[in-house]
Design a binder for this molecule. Structure first.
Ligand SMILES: CC(=O)SCCNC(=O)CCNC(=O)[C@H](O)C(C)(C)COP(=O)(O)OP(=O)(O)OC[C@H]1O[C@@H](n2cnc3c(N)ncnc32)[C@H](O)[C@@H]1OP(=O)(O)O
Length: 132
């Protein structure tokens, strides 16, 4: 499998509803909850890309550009966008959709870095020689 195919196949999409148990006193999705969901989706994408044990080593800038109201549907999309030696960057976007109309927009975007580890928790190469 070539690199582009591997990136395509590891793209990870998760839909969720924004119910009141995840909202703040403004009746919008709590930012910390959004970050947790994003890290999880990024983790799944990194794991599906490498099929190795992956840990989050860093999160870069996260932009919250639109509030996410209670009673909406969100889609989180995680994509591997940069591959290092033992690390990789995964971008996660959150799109918000209205339930009862065809309206969708990007609300949050952020970048997470993961490191692949061996069974002794030592960093290992993300890609085998044959994929490179
Ligand atoms: C899914 C989860 O819930 S994971 C839980 C939260 N995460 C964790 O607990 C991880 C804790 N951190 C660690 O265990 C260690 O920092 C490790 C094992 C990830 C990395 O150990 P290090 O000694 O920093 O490893 P090392 O210096 O060899 O760097 C490994 C790679 O990570 C990159 N890296 C290390 N720190 C950072 C950082 N802060 N930001 C971006 N990249 C980093 C390095 O550039 C290197 O990348 P490359 O091989 O592609 O060039």
């Amino acid at each position: 499998m070539d690199l582009q195919e591997r990136i395509r196949l590891s793209e990870t999409r998760v839909f969720k509803t924004v119910f009141p148990n995840n909202t703040n006193h403004y009746d919008t999705l709590f930012g910390g909850t959004a970050l947790s969901m994003m890290d999880e989706v990024a983790f799944i994408a990194a794991t599906r890309f490498t099929r190795l044990r992956c840990v989050t080593v860093s999160s870069d800038r996260i932009d919250f550009t639109h509030p996410i109201p209670a009673g909406t549907i969100i889609e989180l999309v995680g994509t591997v966008v940069e591959i290092g030696n033992t690390s990789m960057k995964v971008r996660v976007d959150i799109f918000v959709e209205q339930m009862y109309e065809q309206k969708r927009e990007k609300a949050v975007s952020g970048m997470f870095t993961f490191v692949a580890l061996d069974e002794h928790n030592k960093p290992v190469r993300v890609l085998s020689k044959e994929v490179e």
